[in-house]
Structures are given as C-alpha cells and as structure tokens.
Ligand binder design. Sequence first.
Ligand SMILES: Cc1ncc(COP(=O)(O)O)c(C=O)c1O
Length: 469
Amino acid sequence: MLKVEFESSLNAAMAEAKRWLAALDQRPVRPQASTKEMLKAFDEELPAKGEPPDLVVSMLAERAGPGLMATGSGRFHGWVIGGALPASVGADWVVSAWDQNAGMADISPAAAAIEQVTARWVVELLGLPATCSVGFVTGGQMANTVCLAAARNYVLEANGWDVELDGLVGAPPVTVVVGEERHSAIDRGLRLLGLGSRSVRVVEVDNAGRILPGALEAVLATISGPTIVCAQAGNVNGGAVDRFGYIRDVIDGRNAGDIWMHVDGAFGLWVRAEPSRRHLLDDVERADSWATDAHKWLNTPYDCGMAICARPESQRRAMGVRVAYLPSGDDEEVRDPVDFNPEFSRRARAVPVWAGLRQLGVDGLARVVDRCCAMAERYADALGSASGVEVMHQELNQVVVRFLGASGETDEEHTRQVVSKVQDHGTCYPSSTVWHNTAAMRISVCNWRTDEEDVDRSVASILAAHSGY
Ligand SMILES: Cc1ncc(COP(=O)(O)O)c(C=O)c1O
C-alpha cells in the first residue's frame, strides 16, 4: 500500500516537474496570476477526508502553475536569483525522499560526511584558508547572521567579555562599520544579534558602492573597543566589489586585535572560482568571515547559504551545542553540523551543493561564472549603444540601466514604465531599483543557462518597451 502511494505521488511529481522545466523557454517569465488570484485558487477549507497523494500533487501543480515565476529561465534576471542545475535538482529530490535529519553526524552519517566534504570543496574553490569552518544555512541572510555572531563572540572575548555566558547586558559596546551600500541583510542580522541599529557606523562609498579609500581610516579613528568591519563582494545592484586589501591593511594598521573583518559575498564571492576574474577579489581571503549563497550563482535549488569563518572556534562558540543527550563532538575528524549553524533539525541542504559541484567540476563552475559575466557585459554593450539608454553601472554579473526621455533628460517615470512593460511582456524579467537616487532597471545574470540568444531576445524586448511597443 505505502509503496503504491509513493510511486503514484512521485510519478505525478516527476510528470509535473518535467512539464514545468520543459515549458521554461516558452512561457512568459513573469507569473501569469497575482497573489490575490492565487489566494482564490488555494483558499478553501481543509477537506474533511484525505485525498490520493498523486491527485494532491497534480492539483497542486495545476493550481500553482499560473502563480509561479520562471526563475529557472535563462531570461529571468530579477533580484539576484540563480537557476538550478540538473544534478542538484535530482539530488534535492533524493534528499526529500531520504528525509534525513542532517543536524548531527550520528543521525545521518552520510549527510554529515557529504556536508563536511562539500565544505572543503567550497573553501578550496573560493581560495579561502583551508582551516575555515563552514555552516550550511538557509541563505545569505542567515550566513551573514552566523558570521556576525562569530564576530560578536570574538571581538567581545578580545575585550574580556564572554557573550555566550554573560549575554550583552553590561558588555562593552560593539561598533559595526558598514558601507553605505551594504545589503539590508547585514542590518537585520545585527538586529537579531542584539546589536541594534545604533551600533552601526556608516562609511562613505564611491559611485559604484565601494568603501572609499580614506573613509574607513577616518571612521575607525573615532572608534575604540570591539569592532566589526563589514565589506562586500558584489553589490546587490551594480555588483561592486570592495577593496579588501585596503580594508585589511587599515584594520591591521590599527593593531587592535579586537577588529573582525567580515565579507558579504552572497553572490560575488563565486568570482573567485573563475581564474580570469579571480584578481577582482584579491585579498578577500584575508577577511575573518565570509557569507555566501549556493542558491544564487552556484545554481542549486532553494535554499542554501554558507557561513564561512577563518576562526572556527569563534563560530563554534557562537553556534555549538553541548548537552548530555547529544554526542560529545570531540572527534577531530568528524564535524557535527549542529556546531556551525543555528538549527538543530535541518534538511541535508549540502547534498544538492555537492551534486551541483560534481556536475560542473572546477572547470564547469568557472565557465558558469565567466558566461554570466560575459552575458552581463553583452547586455551592457547592446543597451548602452541604443539611443536614450544609459548604462549606469556594470560589474561582474550585474547591470544597472536607465531610460531617458525624448530629449535625453532624466525620466524616472519612463524608466519605471519600461521595467514594468518588459515584465508584463514576459520575454524576460529584469527588476527595478533606485540607483544614485534615480529609478533604474537592474539586470542580474545568475543562471547557468543564460546564453547569447537569451540576451539578444531580452535586449530586443527591452528596447521595444523603451521606444513604445
Ligand atoms: C549582497 C547580498 N547579501 C545578502 C543577500 C541576502 O541573501 P538571501 O536572499 O540568500 O538571504 C543578498 C540577496 O540578494 C545579497 O545580494
């Protein structure tokens, strides 16, 4: 009986998943139904009697279909969202079927071992210190939060305060130095960690969003005591990368021993895996922690982020758990996932990362990163050479453009209209933003499938919207 149930629901899932993936290139990229329409489709009383599993899966796919965004399309360029590699999608299905609790090595030796090996691969690919610890978490938000928790532990300990034992009440104040253009995940992470918004000191950035040389010294000169400096590899709009060598040198020059350097590299850190662009992130390995995502540029299905620390003991002290009913975690060779992330029970989310990396190999990953950057450059070249289009910034896989009025004047309404017309049209899906206080379109190329044809079709659609369909 059970066997039959699984077979029918998995067969239904396979049919629906194949249908969805096969249609990605043909269907409009945008959803065809609004959230309100989706609420109408789903908002009903829970049936009193159970339903056959295969019908549940088919009904789910049929109803949800119109409300899904084709984020897996090579022409989806909204926010910073990757697609999903075939091996990682397949592995993700298997993870669900296995239904492992990947919290502790004793519960699932396979999940723990795969996570440990994947962590090593990631650290090697990113060229970070081999001794780094890695926590697999839900995404960039939690990766930043875990790194900042480790940082909080370290900088307070350097000031004689054990935050894990004594909490924050009465602790020396921690100052967090951030660039004006940091991602809001940093601020939210700090709030979750009890380091309120008033602990933040904002450093001026250049036009691209990079911390300005000279600005960090000026701010640090006014600060003493426990300090965390947050840099960025990949601005969420324009892709800008901070000058890591400069930031590290300024920190080292202060010789304070209680300053931690953190890098939010949710997507940009993966440029380290592409030899011809690796130099763009020179010195990033000199930081104390790095947050990155697998579900963006590494193209694993949602969700997976990674919190990487050059000081494993700080990450472990911030996250680790030791209670009588759990194993001791004393085996040096075996890493217990629970010690590096804030969860107990959790999905084996490193498994799709392992599978995606195996599918690509070192070369394949470099090609994905290279192609995404090359396709972003292609967008910038094609749009920038059209009349009335201004490429405001292009770096790594990101492009920021705006659309001018008939006489070449700033026309924010026109820019907003172009974005929304393009989205409605459905050929591609850029998103909107505000860049340097002006409305802009942002194009993020994160998908392993995006090719020249996708870019050319999308450019044609964008230019048609600009000139009025
Ligand atoms: C630079 C940066 N940091 C953090 C985040 C948050 O990551 P996530 O959405 O995976 O939590 C993003 C998301 O786009 C990002 O671009």
